[in-house]
Every structure is written in C-alpha cells, then in structure tokens.
Design a binder for this molecule. Structure first.
Ligand SMILES: C[S@@+](CC[C@H](N)C(=O)[O-])C[C@H]1O[C@@H](n2cnc3c(N)ncnc32)[C@H](O)[C@@H]1O
Length: 542
C-alpha cells in the first residue's frame, strides 16, 4: 500500500452494499466514472449488479491496481463496456479525457485517496493537484495555502468543477470532514444540489482507520432541492437519523433539533471574541515558579515590567476547576489591534530588550496577518481583552464547558486563541452568561450546530448563533439559579449570589441578549455586555 496515494481499497462487500443502495444503476445512469478506481471494487460491484450501466470508465495511478481492475472486470459475464485509464486524475480534464462511447446521465462513484496535503508534504510526495488547476477551482485557492487540505476533497472539487454541467450524481466514500467541507463549498458557491444524502460508515470496521467516514451522495443541478442532507447511520438504514443543512449561513449537523429549539437559535447581538493570537508561545507565555519568579518556554527566567504581564488561560485550562489550573502568564504588548509597540523602548525598557533579544521568534511567524504589523504585534486584542470578568469556552472541546473567569491578583485574565469569550462588567453577569451557555437548551443547540469530529467544533460563528436571551427566558429557573450560584462559588470563589440578585440579573440580561429585541439595535454589540478598556493610568505603566 502506498501511503502517499491514500490507498485504502474498499472491501467488495462494502462496495456491493453501497451500490445496492443506489438502486438499479443502469436504469438511471448509463455511464459510471470511478476517478481513482484502485483494484476496481466499485466497478466490479456496478458491473455485477442486476441492472448494470452500459459503460464504465476507471482512472487509477498505480499500474498494478489498474491491471487488477481490468482483470476483475474481464472475468464478469457483464454486457458493460469498460475502460481503465492508467493516469493521474489531476492531470486529466474530466470533461473531455474519459473516452466515452455512450451518452446520457453520469454517475461518479468511488473512494478517493485518504490523505492530507500536510501528510503528503511530510512524505515528500507530489501527488497533488497541479497549482494552476487548484487555483482555478473556485473557493479552493484560499485553502490550498492552509496547512491541512485533504486529497479526497481535491478530487471532489475537481469533479464538481469539471462535471457540474452534466448534472451528475457523485457518490464517494470519504472522511466526514471532507464531506462537510464539500457541502460547505457547495453552499458557499451557491451551486445547486437537487438531492443529497450521507450514509455513515464504520471506518474502523471496514478500513481499520479511526476516523469519521461516510458515503456522500449528491446530485448536482437545480430541481426539488430542500437544502437538507439526510443522514443515515449505516448502509442498511432505511430512515434518516437526522438531517444536516444550513441555518443562516452556517452548516449545521441537526436541523430538526434546531427547528424544535428555534427560540434559542438566532444571531446574537453580543459579540463573542476570540482570545489572543501571538504564535510565539515560547517567548510570550510564561509560567510562575513556586518562588514567584517567571519562566518562559525557553527555560529562561523573565524579568520585565509586570504591568504588561497578565494571567493567562489556555483552552485546556478551561476543562479544569479554577483551583486546579496552572499559573500561566502572558506578556501583552498592545492594548488594541494595530497599537504602536515601538514606544515600549521608553515605556517598558526591560520588556523591550527582552523582546528585541528574542525577535527571531517573532520574525518566524508565518501568518500573513503579522506582515506590516508593528513589531511584536498580537491579534485578538481590544478593550474586551482587559474586561475584569469573562464568560469563556474552549473551541477545541466537545462537549464544551463554559466558565466564568475573574481577575487574578487584581489583573484581568486573558485567553489564548483556542478560547472564545464574552467580556462582562461584573462577576454576576459572567456567571449568568456562563450558566446560560451551559444550560441544557444551549447545549442541545450547540450540539445541533456542530460536528463531533471537527478539529475546532465551537467557533465564533457557532457561538453567535445561540440566542442566550431565548435560553434564559425558557430555562428551568430554579436549576438556572443553582447553576449561577455554583459558578459564582466554584469559578469565581464568591458566595454572595442571592437568588433575588441572580433573578434580577437574568431579567436584566434577557432583553439585551435577544436578537429580536429592538433595544439592541440602538446599542453597539460591545455595549450590551461590556468591559471597560483599561485606562493608561490604572492598568498600564505611565
Ligand atoms: C482509497 S483508495 C480506493 C481505491 C478504490 N477507489 C476503491 O474503492 O477500492 C484510493 C486510490 O486512489 C489511487 N490514487 C491516488 N492518487 C491518485 C491520483 N492522483 N490519480 C489517480 N488515482 C490515484 C490510489 O492508488 C488508490 O488506489
């Protein structure tokens, strides 16, 4: 097996079950294309079905696989005309290169490679779509620059791009993450899909791979689309387990649940913020030693002006109770996005020389956001960073846990960029918001909006879709009050949240959090749940 070719041959039994699911192939599709046909499991299954197509074309890069596929098809007593092309599918123009002798509706069927471009890079393989081609695929260009891009996704997008005019049905086995990316691409580019279903596949059973996998079937072209993707839990399932689809521009995993809880779904007027992005953890992130001294990720003791050092929480810390978290610190070089840093030479000479001596770490930052930014610049920084209290969640966990976070030693806690936060004026406000986001209703909404196998299931866009006002209005009031009191005690170390004070805060927040409330339109989002920006004199060195 060639790893760089993402070579996981489909077991014949699985190929036959999936082909059977498509119904009498020949009655609907006279032509079948297998773009990376391997040893021909899918082609054999369609040619041996009760109603075979008139013609099949397979493409395969490995000559030994292609030879085996030809031999397998030759043994079948099938009337189907077959051609196996030994070729790199990315080098073909699928509009013109397959040597069809038949016309009529086209089914594209198969199982493209399971490998990411990052893995290909590590293997030193050139098994990638040519750059020129990739760039011309709409929507793909931006993503090829990204670290991880799946070869299976490149096959999907090539098929969609080159064959859309023929309104084909495309049915491919792939990782669920690839399927989602493809559906997202179609949604974003507005390409019509007349029919869509996803059948979940047990990848461990069939391929010995621990990854979410599915058989995604899409028919391109306008006509009768509901915009929903029915999800079946296995190839034998006759009733869908749920339906995926888009809600106000977001692709969600469970539309029915969202429809049931529609009072808690909607664009939130409060603005979730992402934590600080800096890409220089070894220099800017510090730990506090038992003797109170600070140490950086290079193992060096750090002595800088403490007014630029803030308590830091990372996504993994939010999974722990407040008392069990490590004492981290972050050097914060700016107060606002794009803020000048060169004046640190005068305002904070120790910090300036610390940063200058380690400037190499900053010069290596690859992201284009740092180009033309002031030296040692950060992102995800603004008045909200310095709010005394926050309701926060880690984007990387599912199920997620919302926490209320307060100052440490009088200094506001900041977060890394795996976290999202709402800046708050008071401890009670933070506790009510964290309790609302952790309410069973909000949890169900969050589950229905997200995908368990996503790298970062919870994003800013997802959080903005939860109507916390709707959640607070319908939540079980006694349970909510208990949860707020618990958060105040466990997260913030406060025992003074009386039931009446909590109720009053809930009542105050409901109208401010609700997307349908007109009052929010009169106020900028940052005013609804706000924090004061640090004043230069109180929070910053003179
Ligand atoms: C996941 S396997 C599946 C094979 C076959 N479709 C099946 O279902 O059994 C992926 C196949 O893609 C082939 N492949 C990888 N890169 C290719 C490329 N650029 N062009 C054509 N085939 C390729 C591999 O050799 C391998 O046979």
């Amino acid at each position: 097996m060639r790893r760089d070719l993402g070579d996981f041959q489909t077991p014949p039994e699985l190929a036959a079950a999936l082909v059977a699911r498509l119904g009498p192939i020949g009655a609907r599709w006279p032509r079948v294309l297998e773009p990376t046909c391997g040893r021909g499991a899918f082609l054999e299954a369609v040619c041996s079905a009760l109603a075979p197509p008139r013609e099949v074309v397979g493409v395969e890069i490995q000559s030994s696989h292609g030879t085996e596929a030809r031999a397998r098809l030759a043994l079948l007593p099938s009337p189907t005309r077959s051609t196996i092309l030994e070729a790199d599918v990315f080098g073909l123009d699928l509009r013109t290169d397959p040597p069809w002798t038949e016309g009529g509706p086209l089914l594209v069927l198969g199982n493209p490679p399971w490998i990411t471009n990052a893995e290909l890079g590590r293997l030193g393989s050139a098994n990638l779509p040519p750059k020129r081609n990739v760039k011309s695929l709409s929507g793909l260009a931006a993503r090829t620059g990204a670290a991880n891009f799946d070869l299976g996704e490149a096959v999907w997008l090539k098929l969609i791009d080159e064959l859309a005019d023929q309104d084909p049905t495309i049915a491919l086995l792939c990782k669920t993450s690839v399927a989602r990316a493809v559906l997202h691409h179609l949604h974003r580019t507005g390409r019509p899909v007349s029919d869509a279903e996803m059948i979940e596949i047990d990848a461990r059973r069939w391929f010995g791979a621990s990854v979410g996998a599915c058989f995604l079937k899409l028919t391109l072209g306008a006509g009768g689309s509901t915009g929903r993707v029915a999800v079946f839990s296995d190839p034998e399932a006759s009733r869908p387990r749920c339906a995926m689809g888009s809600v106000q521009g977001l692709f969600a995993s469970d539309l029915e649940t969202l429809e049931t809880l529609d009072f808690a779904v909607g664009r939130s007027p409060v603005c979730w913020r992402q934590g600080v992005k800096h890409d220089t953890a070894r220099v800017l992130e510090l730990t506090e030693r038992p003797d109170g001294t600070l140490c950086n990720g290079l193992g060096e003791e750090v002595v800088v002006e403490l007014s630029f050092v803030y308590p830091l929480l990372k996504g993994t810390d939010l999974a722990r109770r407040a008392i069990d978290r490590p004492r981290r610190r972050l050097i914060v070089t700016q107060e606002k996005l794009g803020g000048e840093t060169r004046d640190l030479a005068e305002r904070a000479p120790l910090l300036w020389s610390y940063l200058r001596d380690r400037a190499g770490g900053f010069d290596k930052r690859r992201s284009s956001i740092y180009q033309n930014a002031p030296p040692f610049a950060l992102f995800g920084i603004g008045p909200y960073t310095f709010a005394p209290y926050k309701a926060a969640v880690a984007g990387i966990h599912r199920p997620s846990r919302f926490r209320a976070v307060g100052p440490v030693d009088g200094r506001p806690t900041v977060f890394d960029d795996t976290c999202y936060l709402l800046p708050c004026r008071s401890a009670l406000e933070a506790a009510v918001l964290a309790a609302a986001a952790d309410d069973p209703i909000a949890r169900r909404v969050l589950r229905a909006l997200t995908f368990a196998d996503a790298k970062r299931p919870v994003t800013k866009a997802v959080l903005q879709m939860i109507d916390l006002g709707g959640v607070l209005a319908r939540a079980d009031a006694p349970a909510l009050i208990d949860r707020v009191a618990e958060i105040l005690r466990d997260d913030l170390g406060l025992d003074d949240g009386t039931d009446d004070a909590i109720k009053a805060e809930v009542e105050r927040l409901i109208p401010l959090l609700s997307p349908s409330d007109d009052r929010k339109l009169e106020r900028p989002a940052s005013d609804v749940v706000t924090a004061e920006s640090p004043s230069a004199s109180s929070d910053r060195p003179a």
